[in-house]
Design a protein around this ligand. Structure first.
Ligand code: COA
Length: 373
């Protein structure tokens, strides 16, 4: 069976950066309006007043300083607090496919081969904009790719599940090369009126091309040493929005139609699950995890990422060893580990090894060990 390599990656970053200060200013304007409008009921104890958010708390609790978003105007309007993304006609490229195509073009340019060399497209993401036709098929058509395409959703772990699926397709001969895209408009699923989570996510798109090793250019790309996936059911990160339970997402009793989480439980349960999975997978591959040159982890939260980094490397990671892009991008769901890999892997020499790892709702986690060719 042919081995698979990650031949190239690509990135699309939306043009608008939204700082914590801007986000909090809007949130606090909403809180002030709400408390003024409901002053009597709050005073009488019939409803609870809202508490302001703080930019200092956000940076300290999450490591996030800013995030990129597809639309900033709606997020800065205290009356709206959601992205304004005009609906497009069915004849236009949908917005999710559009950002995926941008990331894919970046990956194709770095690959240096034509899109016709791709045999399958996987759109692996948390935040799909519709049920069907698949976004992946739209991307396939926009890029003039033959073969087959489909969407898959494993929340924040989608990219590693997509990479494993792509590597398996290449190994089994289903496709000679696979394009995986991770378009994430996380601002669409985030409740910007929820003080506990309004700061967590940002928007972005990433792409990766996986191809047969015997067809990859000499010395190009990354040998995939091993892939492993794991899931374990949990209600601690959840989004109930769906066709069977529609409703105004921000309405009373509708909060769980957007992103909700039990952040502390997620922290407590996911850190050991992922750390153990990485160490066990490394042992099975004969890799000493403390000798990994770099970790490209899912960008969840600075404290979670640092703790997993310490457990895997067995020491405090040196600067740059455990790549953090959260400060600039926030949590971008499935795309986070691929942004980290894309931005911080150029300096690898032949034979250097590293780990791409994602984790999130489900619970779900995936590990992809790679070695520079
Ligand atoms: N601004 C100011 N203060 C805030 C706030 C905000 N936006 N949100 C919460 N707080 C306050 C709370 O009111 C609380 O105050 P108190 O101690 O006086 O009651 C305090 O901060 C701690 O709140 P808590 O929700 O317990 O925060 P935390 O320390 O657990 O941090 C997370 C919250 C989400 C950052 C943390 O639980 C976490 O990192 N979890 C991991 C989850 C994750 O990354 N999920 C992504 C999917 S993989």
């Amino acid at each position: 069976m042919p081995d698979a390599v990650i031949a190239a990656t690509g990135l699309y970053t939306p043009p608008n950066s939204l700082s914590n200060v801007e986000l909090v200013e809007t949130f606090n304007a909403y809180v002030a309006r709400f408390n003024t409008a409901n002053a009597e009921a709050i005073e009488a104890g019939r409803i609870e007043g809202l508490t302001p958010s703080s930019a200092e708390f956000i940076e300290k609790a999450s490591g996030i300083k800013s995030r990129f978003v597809v639309d900033k105007s709606g997020l800065m309007d205290p009356e709206l607090m959601r992205p304004v993304i005009p609906e497009r006609s069915n004849e236009e490229l949908s917005v999710l496919a559009e950002i995926a195509v941008e990331a894919a073009r970046d990956a194709l340019a770095r690959w240096g081969k034509p899109a016709s060399g791709i045999g399958a497209v996987i759109c692996a993401a948390s935040n799909m904009q519709r049920a069907y036709p698949a976004m992946a098929i739209e991307v396939q058509q926009a890029l003039g790719i033959e073969g087959f395409a489909f969407d898959m959703n494993v929340a924040c772990s989608s990219a590693t599940f997509g990479l494993k699926t792509a590597a398996d397709f290449v190994a089994s001969g289903s496709a000679r090369a696979v394009l995986m895209v991770n378009p994430e408009i996380c601002s669409g699923h985030l409740n910007f009126r929820d003080r506990d989570s309004h700061f967590i996510f940002g928007d972005v798109a990433t792409a990766a091309i996986v191809e047969r090793e015997d067809e990859a250019d000499d010395g190009a790309g990354w040998e995939i040493l091993g892939t492993r996936l794991k899931t374990q059911f949990s209600n601690n990160i959840r989004n109930n929005f769906g066709f069977l339970n529609r409703g105004a997402p921000e309405g009373v009793g509708q909060k769980d139609k957007l992103f909700v989480q039990e952040g502390r439980k997620v922290f407590r349960e996911v850190v050991p699950m992922v750390s153990e999975m990485i160490v066990e997978h490394a042992a099975d591959l004969g890799i000493d995890p403390t000798g990994l040159k770099r970790l490209w982890l899912h960008q969840a939260n600075i404290n979670m990422n640092e703790m997993i980094g310490r457990r895997v490397l067995g020491r405090d990671p040196a600067p740059g060893e455990n790549v953090i892009i959260l400060d600039e991008y926030a949590n971008t769901s499935s795309a986070g580990s691929i942004i980290a890999f894309h931005k911080a892997s150029d300096d690898f020499a032949r034979g250097d090894t590293g780990l791409i790892c994602s984790f999130g709702a489900g619970y779900s986690a995936g590990t992809v060990f790679v070695r520079k060719r």
